[in-house]
Design a protein. Structure first.
Length: 67
């Protein structure tokens, strides 16, 4: 499987907190941050998922991830 690198070109909004319950009943959380990103010249709007608010707030222009 090939992975493609995406780079944040613009942060479009604040992180949004989401919660879910595991099979054992534990409540967990994650954050989605809306961004504009560039992947090989293809500009698109997407959301970056992180596990903590601190990680979500660290997403700035230039942040990279592979998918």
């Amino acid at each position: 499987m090939n992975l493609l690198k995406s780079t944040v070109t613009k942060v479009l909004g604040d992180p949004v907190r989401h919660t879910y319950k595991s099979d054992d009943g534990t409540e967990n959380e994650y954050y989605l941050t809306p961004v504009e990103s560039d992947c090989w010249g293809d500009i698109s709007n997407t959301k970056v998922m992180t596990n903590t608010l601190e990680q979500a707030k660290a997403i700035k222009v230039g942040y990279e991830w592979e998918s």
